[in-house]
Every structure is written in structure tokens, then in C-alpha cells.
Design a protein around this ligand. Structure first.
Ligand SMILES: [Zn+2]
Length: 75
């Protein structure tokens, strides 16, 4: 199962010699650290990958219901 996301497009950060950042949300790779949630919430890459990640999350019982607003439990 995929747990690290490192295949996002990156660009060099001018001020640093060996630093790169996500080309969409401009967050450094050292901060993202391969985790999807470390991208900006409106990052194009995050939103694209997030759709498949949400499907995986449904299979994990220990995951908190982060999308509780979407589930409409009446009981
Ligand atoms: Zn990003």
C-alpha cells in the first residue's frame, strides 16, 4: 500500500543550494517529507492524489473519520 508520495513535480528553491519544493504549493520537500497532508490544502497534486488516498482510508479501521461532515448518520 502506498504511504509515501514523492512523485510530485518539484522545482529548485533559488535561495538554497540543494533544496526543492512542490511546484504547485511551493512547500519545501524537507517539510512535505513524502506525506500528502503536508502539501497545501489546495495543492493540485494533493487533491489529485487525495482521491485515491481517501479510498484507501476507508479500508483502515483505525483512521479517524476526518470526513465526518460527509457522512450523515441518523441513528
Ligand atoms: Zn504540493
Amino acid at each position: 500500500m502506498k504511504s509515501f508520495y514523492i512523485d510530485y513535480p518539484q522545482e529548485k528553491i533559488d535561495d538554497y543550494q540543494h533544496a526543492y519544493r512542490c511546484i504547485f504549493c511551493k512547500i519545501p520537500t524537507t517539510i512535505i517529507f513524502g506525506l500528502l497532508e503536508n502539501h497545501s490544502e489546495n495543492c493540485v497534486y494533493r487533491n489529485k492524489q487525495g482521491k485515491s488516498a481517501q479510498l484507501e482510508a476507508k479500508l483502515k479501521p483505525h483512521i479517524e473519520r476526518f470526513n465526518e461532515s460527509l457522512t450523515d448518520e441518523v441513528d
